[in-house]
Design a protein around this ligand. Structure first.
Ligand code: NAD
Length: 387
Protein backbone atom coordinates (compact mmCIF):
# COMPACT_ATOMS: atom_id res chain seq x y z
CA UNK A 1 0.00 0.00 0.00
CA UNK A 2 1.49 3.35 -0.97
CA UNK A 3 2.15 6.31 1.31
CA UNK A 4 1.40 9.80 0.11
CA UNK A 5 4.40 12.07 0.61
CA UNK A 6 2.67 14.65 2.79
CA UNK A 7 0.57 12.73 5.26
CA UNK A 8 2.73 9.63 5.44
CA UNK A 9 6.21 9.79 6.89
CA UNK A 10 9.09 7.67 5.61
CA UNK A 11 8.61 3.96 6.05
CA UNK A 12 10.32 2.72 9.17
CA UNK A 13 11.75 -0.72 9.72
CA UNK A 14 9.75 -1.18 12.90
CA UNK A 15 6.74 0.86 11.86
CA UNK A 16 4.48 -2.00 10.88
CA UNK A 17 3.87 -3.27 14.38
CA UNK A 18 4.33 -0.03 16.30
CA UNK A 19 1.00 1.65 15.51
CA UNK A 20 -1.87 -0.27 17.02
CA UNK A 21 0.55 -1.65 19.61
CA UNK A 22 1.10 1.83 21.07
CA UNK A 23 -0.84 0.89 24.17
CA UNK A 24 -2.89 3.04 26.54
CA UNK A 25 0.09 3.04 28.86
CA UNK A 26 3.52 2.31 27.42
CA UNK A 27 4.72 -1.05 28.73
CA UNK A 28 8.35 -0.67 27.70
CA UNK A 29 8.27 -3.32 24.98
CA UNK A 30 7.20 -1.58 21.77
CA UNK A 31 9.92 -0.56 19.32
CA UNK A 32 9.44 2.86 17.81
CA UNK A 33 11.18 5.76 16.10
CA UNK A 34 10.57 9.31 17.26
CA UNK A 35 11.83 12.40 15.43
CA UNK A 36 11.61 15.71 17.27
CA UNK A 37 11.34 19.02 15.43
CA UNK A 38 12.94 22.21 16.63
CA UNK A 39 10.26 24.86 16.39
CA UNK A 40 10.34 27.60 18.99
CA UNK A 41 6.88 28.10 20.51
CA UNK A 42 5.73 31.11 22.51
CA UNK A 43 2.40 30.60 24.15
CA UNK A 44 -0.12 32.70 26.03
CA UNK A 45 -2.04 35.94 26.33
CA UNK A 46 0.02 38.89 25.12
CA UNK A 47 2.75 36.77 23.51
CA UNK A 48 2.30 38.64 20.21
CA UNK A 49 4.19 41.53 21.84
CA UNK A 50 7.35 39.42 21.43
CA UNK A 51 7.03 39.44 17.61
CA UNK A 52 9.73 42.09 16.93
CA UNK A 53 12.19 40.28 19.24
CA UNK A 54 11.42 36.96 17.58
CA UNK A 55 12.05 38.40 14.12
CA UNK A 56 15.30 39.88 15.36
CA UNK A 57 16.24 36.56 16.90
CA UNK A 58 16.15 35.07 13.39
CA UNK A 59 18.57 37.78 12.28
CA UNK A 60 15.87 39.28 10.03
CA UNK A 61 15.25 42.99 9.41
CA UNK A 62 12.55 43.07 6.73
CA UNK A 63 9.52 40.91 7.46
CA UNK A 64 6.78 40.46 4.88
CA UNK A 65 3.49 40.07 6.77
CA UNK A 66 1.08 37.61 5.11
CA UNK A 67 -2.69 37.33 5.60
CA UNK A 68 -6.00 36.70 3.81
CA UNK A 69 -7.92 39.76 2.59
CA UNK A 70 -10.37 39.23 5.51
CA UNK A 71 -7.62 39.37 8.09
CA UNK A 72 -5.94 42.55 6.90
CA UNK A 73 -6.65 44.30 10.20
CA UNK A 74 -4.89 41.60 12.27
CA UNK A 75 -1.93 41.79 9.88
CA UNK A 76 -1.80 45.57 10.25
CA UNK A 77 -1.60 45.18 14.02
CA UNK A 78 1.30 42.75 13.61
CA UNK A 79 3.03 45.12 11.16
CA UNK A 80 2.56 48.00 13.61
CA UNK A 81 4.25 45.90 16.32
CA UNK A 82 7.13 45.24 13.95
CA UNK A 83 7.63 48.93 13.19
CA UNK A 84 10.51 49.42 10.76
CA UNK A 85 11.13 45.67 10.68
CA UNK A 86 7.93 45.32 8.59
CA UNK A 87 8.73 45.37 4.87
CA UNK A 88 5.03 45.32 3.88
CA UNK A 89 1.75 43.41 4.05
CA UNK A 90 0.68 40.92 1.39
CA UNK A 91 -3.00 40.09 1.87
CA UNK A 92 -3.66 37.59 -0.91
CA UNK A 93 -3.54 34.23 0.93
CA UNK A 94 -6.22 31.81 -0.32
CA UNK A 95 -7.36 28.27 0.50
CA UNK A 96 -5.10 25.48 -0.86
CA UNK A 97 -2.42 27.95 -2.09
CA UNK A 98 -3.14 28.39 -5.82
CA UNK A 99 0.18 28.43 -7.72
CA UNK A 100 -0.42 31.94 -9.13
CA UNK A 101 -0.97 33.22 -5.56
CA UNK A 102 2.31 31.64 -4.48
CA UNK A 103 4.18 33.17 -7.43
CA UNK A 104 2.74 36.64 -6.72
CA UNK A 105 3.76 36.36 -3.05
CA UNK A 106 7.28 35.19 -3.94
CA UNK A 107 7.65 38.12 -6.36
CA UNK A 108 6.43 40.55 -3.71
CA UNK A 109 8.87 39.15 -1.14
CA UNK A 110 11.73 39.55 -3.62
CA UNK A 111 10.62 43.06 -4.69
CA UNK A 112 10.53 44.24 -1.08
CA UNK A 113 13.83 42.55 -0.20
CA UNK A 114 12.09 40.56 2.57
CA UNK A 115 14.33 38.34 4.68
CA UNK A 116 11.51 36.57 6.58
CA UNK A 117 7.74 36.08 6.48
CA UNK A 118 5.31 36.59 9.32
CA UNK A 119 2.16 34.54 8.59
CA UNK A 120 -0.82 35.95 10.49
CA UNK A 121 -3.79 33.62 9.99
CA UNK A 122 -5.00 30.05 9.51
CA UNK A 123 -3.74 27.17 7.40
CA UNK A 124 -4.13 29.11 4.14
CA UNK A 125 -1.86 31.94 5.27
CA UNK A 126 0.74 29.66 6.83
CA UNK A 127 0.53 27.65 3.59
CA UNK A 128 1.41 30.77 1.58
CA UNK A 129 4.43 31.36 3.82
CA UNK A 130 5.49 27.76 3.18
CA UNK A 131 5.15 28.23 -0.60
CA UNK A 132 7.52 31.21 -0.36
CA UNK A 133 9.93 29.29 1.89
CA UNK A 134 9.97 26.31 -0.47
CA UNK A 135 11.86 28.19 -3.20
CA UNK A 136 13.49 31.02 -1.25
CA UNK A 137 14.28 29.40 2.10
CA UNK A 138 12.93 32.51 3.89
CA UNK A 139 12.24 31.67 7.54
CA UNK A 140 8.63 31.85 8.77
CA UNK A 141 7.27 33.22 12.01
CA UNK A 142 3.69 31.93 12.32
CA UNK A 143 0.96 33.64 14.31
CA UNK A 144 -1.94 31.17 14.04
CA UNK A 145 -5.54 32.34 14.17
CA UNK A 146 -7.38 29.01 13.62
CA UNK A 147 -6.84 25.47 14.94
CA UNK A 148 -5.61 23.92 11.64
CA UNK A 149 -2.12 23.14 12.96
CA UNK A 150 -0.18 23.79 9.74
CA UNK A 151 2.27 25.98 11.68
CA UNK A 152 3.71 22.85 13.36
CA UNK A 153 4.28 20.84 10.21
CA UNK A 154 6.83 20.55 7.42
CA UNK A 155 3.99 19.74 4.99
CA UNK A 156 3.46 22.15 2.09
CA UNK A 157 0.67 22.23 -0.50
CA UNK A 158 0.26 23.99 -3.85
CA UNK A 159 -2.70 23.88 -6.23
CA UNK A 160 -2.27 24.08 -9.99
CA UNK A 161 -5.15 23.69 -12.42
CA UNK A 162 -7.41 22.35 -9.66
CA UNK A 163 -4.90 19.68 -8.64
CA UNK A 164 -3.29 19.99 -5.22
CA UNK A 165 0.31 18.80 -4.90
CA UNK A 166 1.74 18.27 -1.45
CA UNK A 167 5.06 17.29 0.02
CA UNK A 168 7.30 17.48 3.05
CA UNK A 169 10.33 19.69 3.33
CA UNK A 170 11.98 20.75 6.60
CA UNK A 171 12.65 24.23 5.20
CA UNK A 172 8.93 25.09 5.25
CA UNK A 173 8.54 24.31 8.96
CA UNK A 174 8.00 27.68 10.69
CA UNK A 175 11.00 28.55 12.83
CA UNK A 176 8.95 30.33 15.48
CA UNK A 177 5.26 30.01 16.37
CA UNK A 178 3.51 32.60 18.51
CA UNK A 179 0.25 31.28 19.95
CA UNK A 180 -1.59 34.25 21.37
CA UNK A 181 -5.25 33.48 22.15
CA UNK A 182 -6.09 37.10 21.35
CA UNK A 183 -5.77 36.10 17.68
CA UNK A 184 -8.82 33.86 18.11
CA UNK A 185 -11.13 36.48 19.54
CA UNK A 186 -12.52 37.37 16.11
CA UNK A 187 -12.97 33.74 15.01
CA UNK A 188 -16.69 33.18 14.32
CA UNK A 189 -18.30 30.03 15.78
CA UNK A 190 -18.98 28.63 12.30
CA UNK A 191 -15.24 28.63 11.52
CA UNK A 192 -14.07 27.77 15.06
CA UNK A 193 -16.12 24.54 15.42
CA UNK A 194 -15.01 22.84 12.18
CA UNK A 195 -11.45 24.12 12.60
CA UNK A 196 -11.33 22.52 16.06
CA UNK A 197 -12.68 19.23 14.64
CA UNK A 198 -9.97 19.39 11.94
CA UNK A 199 -7.40 19.52 14.75
CA UNK A 200 -9.04 16.61 16.57
CA UNK A 201 -8.84 14.59 13.33
CA UNK A 202 -5.03 14.89 13.36
CA UNK A 203 -5.01 13.48 16.92
CA UNK A 204 -7.44 10.65 16.16
CA UNK A 205 -5.39 9.38 13.23
CA UNK A 206 -2.12 9.81 15.14
CA UNK A 207 -3.43 7.36 17.75
CA UNK A 208 -3.73 4.51 15.24
CA UNK A 209 -0.90 5.52 12.89
CA UNK A 210 1.35 2.85 11.39
CA UNK A 211 4.31 4.64 12.94
CA UNK A 212 2.60 5.65 16.19
CA UNK A 213 4.91 6.09 19.14
CA UNK A 214 4.24 6.70 22.83
CA UNK A 215 5.29 10.37 22.75
CA UNK A 216 3.03 11.35 19.87
CA UNK A 217 0.19 9.24 21.31
CA UNK A 218 0.37 11.18 24.59
CA UNK A 219 0.40 14.43 22.65
CA UNK A 220 -2.58 13.33 20.56
CA UNK A 221 -4.70 12.18 23.49
CA UNK A 222 -4.02 15.40 25.39
CA UNK A 223 -4.85 17.38 22.23
CA UNK A 224 -8.29 15.76 21.98
CA UNK A 225 -8.91 16.35 25.68
CA UNK A 226 -8.03 20.05 25.48
CA UNK A 227 -10.11 20.63 22.36
CA UNK A 228 -13.18 18.63 23.44
CA UNK A 229 -13.20 20.43 26.78
CA UNK A 230 -12.79 23.94 25.40
CA UNK A 231 -14.54 24.08 22.02
CA UNK A 232 -18.14 24.11 23.35
CA UNK A 233 -17.22 27.25 25.32
CA UNK A 234 -15.27 28.76 22.41
CA UNK A 235 -18.37 28.69 20.16
CA UNK A 236 -20.73 29.92 22.90
CA UNK A 237 -21.12 33.63 22.24
CA UNK A 238 -22.75 34.13 25.66
CA UNK A 239 -19.42 33.33 27.36
CA UNK A 240 -17.21 36.38 27.72
CA UNK A 241 -14.31 37.75 29.75
CA UNK A 242 -11.89 35.56 31.66
CA UNK A 243 -13.85 32.34 31.02
CA UNK A 244 -13.73 32.93 27.28
CA UNK A 245 -10.03 33.75 27.27
CA UNK A 246 -9.29 30.56 29.20
CA UNK A 247 -11.29 28.47 26.71
CA UNK A 248 -9.50 30.07 23.74
CA UNK A 249 -6.15 29.37 25.37
CA UNK A 250 -7.05 25.72 26.06
CA UNK A 251 -8.28 25.21 22.50
CA UNK A 252 -5.14 26.80 21.09
CA UNK A 253 -3.01 24.52 23.27
CA UNK A 254 -4.97 21.56 21.83
CA UNK A 255 -4.39 22.83 18.28
CA UNK A 256 -0.65 23.09 18.94
CA UNK A 257 -0.60 19.47 20.14
CA UNK A 258 -2.70 18.38 17.17
CA UNK A 259 -0.32 20.04 14.69
CA UNK A 260 2.59 18.37 16.46
CA UNK A 261 0.87 14.97 16.16
CA UNK A 262 0.15 15.58 12.46
CA UNK A 263 3.81 16.31 11.83
CA UNK A 264 5.05 13.42 13.96
CA UNK A 265 3.36 10.38 12.41
CA UNK A 266 1.51 9.22 9.29
CA UNK A 267 -2.16 9.86 8.68
CA UNK A 268 -4.61 7.21 7.37
CA UNK A 269 -8.03 6.76 5.72
CA UNK A 270 -9.61 9.87 7.22
CA UNK A 271 -7.01 12.26 5.79
CA UNK A 272 -7.00 10.40 2.48
CA UNK A 273 -10.78 10.75 2.19
CA UNK A 274 -10.75 14.43 3.12
CA UNK A 275 -7.97 15.13 0.65
CA UNK A 276 -9.95 13.35 -2.08
CA UNK A 277 -13.29 14.98 -1.27
CA UNK A 278 -11.86 18.46 -0.75
CA UNK A 279 -9.70 18.35 -3.87
CA UNK A 280 -12.17 16.73 -6.27
CA UNK A 281 -15.42 18.34 -5.14
CA UNK A 282 -14.14 21.67 -3.84
CA UNK A 283 -15.56 21.19 -0.34
CA UNK A 284 -14.46 23.33 2.62
CA UNK A 285 -11.35 21.87 4.27
CA UNK A 286 -12.32 22.01 7.95
CA UNK A 287 -15.99 21.19 7.26
CA UNK A 288 -15.03 18.05 5.31
CA UNK A 289 -12.86 16.89 8.22
CA UNK A 290 -15.73 17.56 10.64
CA UNK A 291 -18.24 15.48 8.70
CA UNK A 292 -15.97 12.56 7.77
CA UNK A 293 -14.17 12.05 11.10
CA UNK A 294 -16.88 10.03 12.93
CA UNK A 295 -17.29 7.72 9.90
CA UNK A 296 -13.56 7.16 9.41
CA UNK A 297 -13.25 6.44 13.13
CA UNK A 298 -16.11 3.93 12.96
CA UNK A 299 -14.43 2.31 9.94
CA UNK A 300 -11.37 1.60 12.11
CA UNK A 301 -13.29 0.73 15.29
CA UNK A 302 -12.49 -3.00 15.40
CA UNK A 303 -8.99 -2.67 13.96
CA UNK A 304 -7.71 -0.11 16.49
CA UNK A 305 -9.38 -0.83 19.86
CA UNK A 306 -6.73 0.87 22.01
CA UNK A 307 -6.91 4.06 19.97
CA UNK A 308 -10.71 4.00 20.36
CA UNK A 309 -10.35 3.72 24.13
CA UNK A 310 -7.98 6.66 24.25
CA UNK A 311 -10.25 8.77 22.03
CA UNK A 312 -13.24 8.03 24.27
CA UNK A 313 -11.25 8.82 27.39
CA UNK A 314 -10.06 12.10 25.90
CA UNK A 315 -13.53 13.13 24.76
CA UNK A 316 -14.63 13.49 28.38
CA UNK A 317 -18.40 13.99 28.61
CA UNK A 318 -18.73 13.24 24.87
CA UNK A 319 -16.97 9.88 25.23
CA UNK A 320 -19.64 8.02 27.20
CA UNK A 321 -20.57 5.72 24.32
CA UNK A 322 -18.33 4.93 21.42
CA UNK A 323 -15.44 7.02 19.99
CA UNK A 324 -17.15 7.60 16.63
CA UNK A 325 -20.54 8.59 18.05
CA UNK A 326 -18.77 10.75 20.64
CA UNK A 327 -16.99 12.67 17.88
CA UNK A 328 -20.28 13.19 16.07
CA UNK A 329 -21.94 14.33 19.31
CA UNK A 330 -19.15 16.86 19.80
CA UNK A 331 -19.57 18.17 16.22
CA UNK A 332 -23.31 18.55 16.86
CA UNK A 333 -22.69 20.36 20.13
CA UNK A 334 -20.49 22.79 18.19
CA UNK A 335 -23.27 23.45 15.66
CA UNK A 336 -20.91 22.13 12.97
CA UNK A 337 -22.07 20.24 9.86
CA UNK A 338 -22.54 16.48 10.20
CA UNK A 339 -23.44 15.44 6.65
CA UNK A 340 -21.66 15.70 3.29
CA UNK A 341 -24.95 16.87 1.78
CA UNK A 342 -24.90 20.01 3.98
CA UNK A 343 -21.45 21.03 2.80
CA UNK A 344 -22.21 20.75 -0.89
CA UNK A 345 -21.11 17.23 -1.84
CA UNK A 346 -23.11 16.10 -4.92
CA UNK A 347 -24.85 12.74 -4.35
CA UNK A 348 -23.81 11.59 -7.82
CA UNK A 349 -20.16 12.12 -6.91
CA UNK A 350 -20.07 9.42 -4.22
CA UNK A 351 -19.09 6.59 -6.58
CA UNK A 352 -16.22 8.61 -8.00
CA UNK A 353 -15.16 9.62 -4.47
CA UNK A 354 -15.05 5.94 -3.43
CA UNK A 355 -13.02 5.05 -6.54
CA UNK A 356 -10.54 7.85 -5.86
CA UNK A 357 -10.27 6.98 -2.18
CA UNK A 358 -9.11 3.45 -2.92
CA UNK A 359 -6.50 4.58 -5.48
CA UNK A 360 -3.03 4.87 -3.92
CA UNK A 361 -4.50 4.45 -0.45
CA UNK A 362 -2.61 5.47 2.66
CA UNK A 363 -1.79 2.71 5.15
CA UNK A 364 -4.81 2.14 7.42
CA UNK A 365 -5.36 -0.19 10.39
CA UNK A 366 -8.28 -1.81 8.57
CA UNK A 367 -7.75 -2.74 4.92
CA UNK A 368 -9.32 -0.28 2.48
CA UNK A 369 -12.32 -1.98 0.86
CA UNK A 370 -14.11 -0.12 -1.89
CA UNK A 371 -17.63 -1.32 -1.00
CA UNK A 372 -17.23 -0.50 2.68
CA UNK A 373 -15.87 2.96 1.78
CA UNK A 374 -18.78 3.56 -0.61
CA UNK A 375 -21.28 2.62 2.06
CA UNK A 376 -19.46 4.81 4.61
CA UNK A 377 -19.68 7.74 2.19
CA UNK A 378 -23.39 7.10 1.77
CA UNK A 379 -23.88 7.26 5.55
CA UNK A 380 -21.77 10.43 5.69
CA UNK A 381 -23.75 12.05 2.87
CA UNK A 382 -27.01 11.46 4.74
CA UNK A 383 -25.50 12.23 8.15
CA UNK A 384 -26.59 8.87 9.60
CA UNK A 385 -25.15 7.53 12.85
CA UNK A 386 -21.62 6.20 12.14
CA UNK A 387 -21.70 2.40 11.89
P1 NAD B 1 -8.16 29.33 6.42
O1 NAD B 1 -6.78 29.69 6.80
O2 NAD B 1 -8.49 29.26 4.95
O3 NAD B 1 -9.16 30.31 7.13
C1 NAD B 1 -10.56 30.17 6.90
C2 NAD B 1 -11.23 31.55 6.89
O4 NAD B 1 -11.21 32.03 8.23
C3 NAD B 1 -10.50 32.59 6.05
O5 NAD B 1 -11.45 33.39 5.40
C4 NAD B 1 -9.74 33.41 7.08
O6 NAD B 1 -9.54 34.74 6.67
C5 NAD B 1 -10.69 33.34 8.25
N1 NAD B 1 -10.05 33.48 9.56
C6 NAD B 1 -8.96 32.83 9.99
N2 NAD B 1 -8.69 33.18 11.26
C7 NAD B 1 -9.63 34.06 11.63
C8 NAD B 1 -9.89 34.78 12.83
N3 NAD B 1 -9.16 34.62 13.93
N4 NAD B 1 -10.95 35.63 12.83
C9 NAD B 1 -11.75 35.77 11.74
N5 NAD B 1 -11.56 35.10 10.60
C10 NAD B 1 -10.51 34.27 10.54
O7 NAD B 1 -8.61 27.92 7.04
P2 NAD B 1 -7.86 26.81 7.89
O8 NAD B 1 -8.87 25.77 8.13
O9 NAD B 1 -7.12 27.39 9.02
O10 NAD B 1 -6.77 26.25 6.87
C11 NAD B 1 -7.15 25.45 5.77
C12 NAD B 1 -5.99 25.28 4.82
O11 NAD B 1 -4.84 24.89 5.53
C13 NAD B 1 -6.25 24.20 3.79
O12 NAD B 1 -5.72 24.61 2.55
C14 NAD B 1 -5.49 23.00 4.32
O13 NAD B 1 -5.12 22.11 3.32
C15 NAD B 1 -4.33 23.68 4.98
N6 NAD B 1 -3.73 22.89 6.09
C16 NAD B 1 -2.45 22.51 5.94
C17 NAD B 1 -1.84 21.79 6.94
C18 NAD B 1 -0.40 21.42 6.79
O14 NAD B 1 0.18 20.81 7.68
N7 NAD B 1 0.22 21.78 5.68
C19 NAD B 1 -2.53 21.45 8.12
C20 NAD B 1 -3.86 21.87 8.24
C21 NAD B 1 -4.46 22.60 7.21
Amino acid sequence: MSRSPEMQRSPQADGADAGPAAALAFDGRTRFTYTGFAARVLFGDGSLAALPDEVERLGARRALVLCTPEQREAAERAAAQLGDRAAGIHDRAAMHVPLETAIAARDEAARLGADCCVAVGGGSTVGLGKAIALTSGLPIVAVPSTFAGSEMTAIWGLTEGGVKKTGRDPKVLPRTVIYDPVMLETLPAKIAGPSGMNAIAHCVEALYAVDANPIVSMIAEEGIRALAESLPTVIDTAVTGEQRRAALGLAQYGAWLAGTALNGVSMAIHHKLCHTLGGSFNLGHAETHTVVLPYATAYNREAAPQAMQRIRRALGRFGDGDAATGLQALARALGAPTSLREIGMPADGLDRAADLAVQNPYWNPRPIERDAIRSMLDDAWHGRAPR
